[in-house]
Design a binder for this molecule. Structure first.
Ligand code: KG4
Ligand code: ZN
Length: 366
């Protein structure tokens, strides 16, 4: 396939607090990111300690046209040179999803090109094929502000959720812990920074569900333990904050180790012919060095390959949506009536898995 024959897809992502657009091409069967623009709204939400849906939706309306233009400009392409428009159609905050989907429908309509409605979680699930050409099947650990899941990725459109959280998402646990000890939003990076100078053994926080046969996650008990410890020694000194952060992070690492190992075992049992299976991590919490090191060591012990895509593709972005669009085009999985697709604030990747009480309650972030 020559450069002229390459498939080029414009991706749009507006499901939470990032307005993003990207052009990804498939040239000679190989993916190439031609542009990847992400405009973070963190500053607009900071004062409120979390994402405010109404503010997010308005910010997407204001920013999206310019971001799409910038993505095309950086890719040095006119709109007419795009072969399809892929857009996150759920799950997420409904206001943002409407803005993204309506824009994508307009672009598809004026260009006469196909519209591809993408599940945001599918974007995360397929990113490792964009960055590392991972082959099916593999395991995905998605740890973000709104989701904590282990998904078996069998193929494009074939996902099985093997584990999920029964209460808070992991990123949410970081954010809530940060708030409890007076660190600003978003909490994850601040807890990680404070932990560097802390004593990880000072507080004996619980390791929720550790040792249990079920493969799921739970983090709300950990948050409660942090609250009790912080209340008992308030007011907190800088050293107290660091010690709580370090003890919390160590509890998280040990919990992940135990919980994830259940699914690694299951994968081994279900796919005995795969000599070196792969675990992929995605989501904002993958930025945490302790979490990454823990997973890497765990994979080594279990004989798994470990892939952590570059951070800008682990967190929310539109390149993963454009790529999911290309994967869907290649697999012949484009809906014919996508122009009538109604955005879905809730949209499980695995429609068969039972919803667990409390999981994904926050919904908007994935
Ligand atoms: O994937 P993401 O950017 O957005 C969605 O949730 O979709 O993830 C954001 C989450 C937040 O909860 C944030 O606190 C957490 O990822 N996070 C971290 C770190 N960086 C971001 N958690 C722990 N350590 C970090 N370094
Ligand atoms: Zn996400």
């Amino acid at each position: 396939m020559s450069e002229q024959d390459a498939v080029r897809v414009l991706g749009i992502e507006t499901s939470c607090d990032e307005t993003a657009a990207s052009v990804v091409a498939l040239v000679d069967g190989r993916p190439r990111i031609l542009s990847n623009i992400v405009f973070s709204q963190i500053e607009a939400h900071k004062a409120f300690g979390g994402v405010v849906p109404e503010i997010a939706a308005r910010a997407h309306v204001e920013a999206l046209d310019g971001i799409v233009e910038a993505a095309l400009h950086e890719a040095a392409l006119d709109l007419g040179a795009i072969d399809a428009v892929a857009v996150t159609a759920g799950p997420g905050l409904i206001g943002g999803l409407i803005v993204g989907l309506m824009t994508a429908k307009a672009l598809a309509s004026v260009t006469g090109k196909p519209l591809i409605t993408v599940n945001h979680l599918e974007g995360h699930a397929l990113t490792a094929r964009l960055t590392d050409e991972a082959s099916f099947p593999y395991l995905l650990l998605l740890v973000s502000g709104g989701h904590t899941q282990i998904v078996l990725v069998r193929g494009v459109g074939h996902y099985e959720r093997w584990a999920t959280t029964i209460d808070d998402a992991l990123g949410e646990a970081f954010d809530k812990t940060a708030k409890l000890i007076g660190l600003p939003y978003p909490g994850g990076p601040n807890v990680e920074r404070a932990a560097k100078t802390g004593d990880p053994k000072r507080f004996a926080f619980p390791r929720p569900l550790k040792g249990e046969a079920r493969p799921d996650f739970s983090f709300s008990g950990l948050k409660t333990a942090v609250r009790q410890a912080a209340t008992a020694i308030a007011p907190l000194s800088d050293q107290d904050i660091s010690d709580i952060s370090a003890s919390f992070q160590t509890a998280i690492a040990e919990t992940l180790e135990d919980r994830v190992s259940r699914s690694l075992d299951r994968f081994r049992n279900e796919f005995p012919a795969i000599a070196v299976p792969t675990l992929i991590v995605a989501g904002g919490v993958a930025a945490n060095a302790t979490v990454r090191a823990t997973l890497m060591a765990l994979c080594k012990t279990f004989g798994f390959a470990f892939i952590a895509p570059p951070m800008n593709l682990c967190t929310d972005n539109a390149a993963m949506i454009a790529w999911a669009g290309i994967e869907r085009l290649r697999a012949g999985l484009v809906e014919n009536d996508a122009m009538h697709f109604v955005p879905r604030s809730r949209w499980p990747l695995d429609s068969v898995a039972d919803p667990l009480i409390g999981s994904g309650r926050r919904g908007p972030k994935a």
